[in-house]
Design a protein around this ligand. Sequence first.
Ligand SMILES: [Zn+2]
Length: 424
Amino acid sequence: MKKRNVRIWILVLVLLLCAGAAAYAYAATAVRTSEPPAVTFAGHTAAPVRSSFAEPVLGGLLQKRLVEEAEDLQIDLGTLSIRSLPLETDLQLPALWTLWNGESQVFQGTPLEYQAFSYTENGSYRATLEIDLPESTEASAADFFYEFVFELDVQPKVLFSSDRALQGDLLSVYVNRGFETTPPAIETDLGAVVFLPLSPDEYIAYVPVNYAQELGKWDIKVQLSGQAYTQPVIVTSRTYGKQHMIISQSTTDATMNNPEGPANWANRIKVLWETFDEEKYWTETFLEPCEGPISTEFGLYRYTNDNPVPARHSGIDIAAPAGMPVLASNSGKVVRAESIIYTGNTVVIEHGGGLKTYYYHMDSLNVEEGQQIERGREIGKVGSTGYSTGTHLHFEVKLGRSSLSPWELFDGSSEVYFTGDYFN
Ligand SMILES: [Zn+2]
């Protein structure tokens, strides 16, 4: 054999050995898969339609890939009627979100940038999310691909919780303003009412029906971009009881006959009837602020010291021993925490939209004006301060000037819990 042929054979052998070694290294290299990042779009939790993992072989000379594809290539969200469609994922991840309406691309950027995006028209949308994770000590480089399709059909919507009410009820009005840019307005002779924002396009208003509201038909009128929506509401009577009570002359003289009483009441309590925070502070059901038997029911006619003209009891009296904790019925802002001549140690909490809870006759207080507090927090202790004959908590729910029944708030049946389309 010639020397040249020998060299060629050696070269072929070396190449074969290299290829063999490479094939062996490729086969022996494991692709390390990882769990896909958590992704939720418009409230729907999504799995990737495609996951691809790449592991370097021979120091990056080759790449070994593993591709997993789901059977359903798109996640169909159906028809969505709300304009705010949040994309929730770890904002630190390198991710690209692309959105098309029909054939035209309307957005491309990171999930963080998408937070500032707003939809301006209805249509057939498609969205893709690509998350590229670099190689780590635990996993191969990975590429997760998600795809969504949905119809956006946003229409302005005004929903009234009911067309009838009992005296002392609360009604709700839900508005989704669709693509309108001006907020809705509301007006009713039932009381002063404001809209509270729930999301960029949704609003709720709480309408009070005072415990002594004149019976009959009352209108609630909503204006949304020049369009008027009117809902008549039939108010029917609630049944109220009667009570006779004796209050000592010394207590009456110190409180109801105190010449400074009316001004103190007007300046410190009645002014709160006109204030409305335009933010909803609460999410859960209102709770009973203190345990004990009801000694005076809501709305009852009370005859004090044989006076033939009854006073009305606009809250509930909960009989409880002195020192028992009094809890905030719901989350909100403390708008009054001080001693008042008529009502003793008093706390008032604003829950949003002018809906407030009032706590009277306490022994001591442990919150301060301006404080934001959580539902169930202790605000003071039961006592018998002010115009009171024994230890009890007077608890009252008011919206503006109207006093409302607390019972439907406690048991969850009140229309204050009406959510319209908010959670669909
Ligand atoms: Zn009372």
